[in-house]
Design a binder for this molecule. Structure first.
Ligand code: ZN
Length: 345
């Protein structure tokens, strides 16, 4: 197939996947296609959902991407004459390593709901039986993760990688094959969400009136504040990289008796930034007025993941070391999270 047709196919598939919040949230996830020595991979900070109406893919030389990995370079330069200021995804090395023509990485909700559990190994083995898959413990996105993927691929031909506390990577011959594989894994790992009572919109409006906060756009996100078990998980620690980068470690709670302004000044006194999102137990969530669509999508993701975790689940959180590596990884990125919509894509 011609390069143009391949990119068209990749764009269509990526946009479809990117529009499904159960597979991708905000700038998370990425996809790529190989053509000769070129790897076309999603640019950092762009949204898969935009693939059909924006140029979100950039070309890198496969040889250079693999050499960058061998030399321990985090960033892979674009192929000469790329004619764009975009940067290749931080996961470019991972895409280059996979031998498959098409690679798709998603933060799919059902996979994450299993991949944050310490007690799920047997369940994975049973549910993914027959697929060429491998579990990989959590590693910092980018180079550290790519090195582990490199080791796994050196031993076996693998089509599916389950990334602990992170998501899913699949490789396939075609775009349709990659999309079908993600669907297959997600349906094998499907978990029923706990239903929850609706948010108390009036109460949330009156709490946020005259403050720097507002209601979120997606009503699905409120369950993380209303369901006591979801809330306990969300406030106890960080589950996966985008949770940390977009929402900060854990999530703060505004008790119903507490005044939002008092909480804000307490956090300011402690030298903490005003949280992007706050959970109001039993009522719902509120977000900062300047919260980006990306941050809001991460809040929805957290609600979708936590409401799929059974009460008996042994949740494995990212360590403080993992969290600070993510927060300091690209300080500028974190500082600008509200406007730049950047994340460990
Ligand atoms: Zn990822």
């Amino acid at each position: 197939m011609q390069q143009h047709a391949l990119l068209h196919e990749l764009s269509r598939m990526s946009a479809r996947v990117g529009r499904n919040i159960l597979l991708v949230q905000g700038a998370g996830g990425n996809s790529s296609i190989k053509h000769g020595d070129l790897l076309w991979v999603k640019a950092s900070g762009t949204w898969l959902a935009d693939a059909e109406h924006k140029d979100i893919f950039v070309p890198v030389s496969l040889g250079m991407a693999r050499a960058a990995l061998a030399q321990g370079d985090e960033r892979v330069p674009l192929a000469s004459g790329a004619g764009t200021t975009l940067r290749a995804s931080i996961e470019t090395s991972l895409h280059a390593l996979m031998p498959h023509p098409v690679v798709l990485h998603v933060h799919s909700v059902n996979t994450i709901a299993w991949a944050v559990r310490a007690d799920a190994r047997e369940e994975f083995a049973r549910r993914l039986d027959g697929l060429a898959w491998r579990w990989l413990d959590y590693h910092h996105p980018g180079l550290p993760l790519a090195k582990v993927v490199n080791d796994a691929l050196a031993k076996d031909r693998l089509d599916v990688l389950v990334l602990g506390n992170h998501g899913l990577v699949v490789g396939a011959e075609t775009c349709a094959g990659a999309e079908a594989m993600v669907d297959e894994v997600e349906s094998r790992l499907a978990l029923a969400p706990r239903s929850t009572i609706p948010a108390d919109i009036d109460a949330l409006r009156s709490i946020s009136a005259g403050t720097a906060y507002r209601l979120p756009k997606d009503p699905q996100c409120h369950s993380v504040a209303i369901d006591p078990f979801s809330r306990a998980i969300a406030t106890s620690g960080s589950l996966y990289p985008d949770h940390v980068v977009f929402l900060g470690p854990g999530l703060p709670v505004l008790e119903q008796s507490e005044d939002l302004r008092a909480l804000a000044s307490r956090m300011q006194a402690d030298g903490l930034p005003q949280p992007v999102a706050l959970l109001v137990p039993g009522l719902g969530c509120i977000v900062r007025k300047d919260a980006s669509d990306g941050a809001e999508a991460m809040l929805s993701c957290l609600a979708l993941v936590t409401c799929r975790l059974p009460l008996t689940a042994q949740v494995r959180y990212l360590t403080q070391e993992n969290e600070s590596a993510l927060l300091n990884w690209d300080a500028e990125r974190y500082r600008q999270q509200l406007t730049a919509d950047r994340g460990p894509d």
